[in-house]
Design a binder for this molecule. Structure first.
Ligand code: ZN
Length: 176
């Protein structure tokens, strides 16, 4: 941490805009919320569908098939039930974040980004434990969902995020 330099942060000085007025930052190298790309189990093409009617908590990426349009159509023709794969979060979309503290306590917060969700959760822990050293760094995202944060947890719909497994996210949601 460097010390504060007054001339770098001028306030109300017309002659000196300060070095940060024109400073441009590079865009992030990658999307933080990038969801894993799912491939069709049959042909390896990008998948958009999966088996429907599978109870929550009973899917696993290793064993559950995903299908491209053509193979989804074949499964459906054979009488299988097909549904869309969960969609990733849209840019700027508010979703429900399941945040896990280091003591395996969970908070559900609505936010548009992981950063905002972690900030909000850290604030709650600070208030709850009256601890200014609330451990923001120890908070992790355990699941991301669409739905009403104040509604029933079984109405929340999983949203792919990082390498979080759908089953794990629903399992921890039960503990929240
Ligand atoms: Zn396919």
């Amino acid at each position: 941490m460097t010390s504060f330099t007054e001339s770098a942060h001028p306030r109300g000085q017309a002659a000196n805009a300060g070095q940060f007025r024109t400073k441009m930052n590079d865009e992030p190298a990658s999307e933080l919320s990038q969801a894993p790309i799912v491939s069709c189990t049959e042909c390896g093409a990008p998948a958009e569908y999966r088996y429907g009617n599978v109870p929550r908590g009973y899917r696993s990426p290793e064993t559950e098939a995903a299908f491209c349009g053509a193979h989804a159509a074949r499964v459906a023709a054979d009488g299988g039930t097909i549904e869309d794969l969960p969609k990733p979060q849209e840019p700027g979309e508010t979703v429900v974040w399941l945040i896990e503290g280091d003591d395996h306590e969970y908070e559900l917060v609505e936010a548009v980004s992981e950063e905002d969700a972690l900030d909000e959760t850290a604030d709650r822990f600070r208030d709850r434990y009256d601890d200014d050293d609330a451990p923001r760094d120890s908070l992790t995202v355990a699941g991301v969902f669409r739905g009403d944060v104040d509604g029933y947890s079984d109405e929340l719909e999983f949203v792919p995020y990082g390498d979080i497994a759908e089953n794990d996210a629903y399992g921890k949601l039960q503990d929240a």
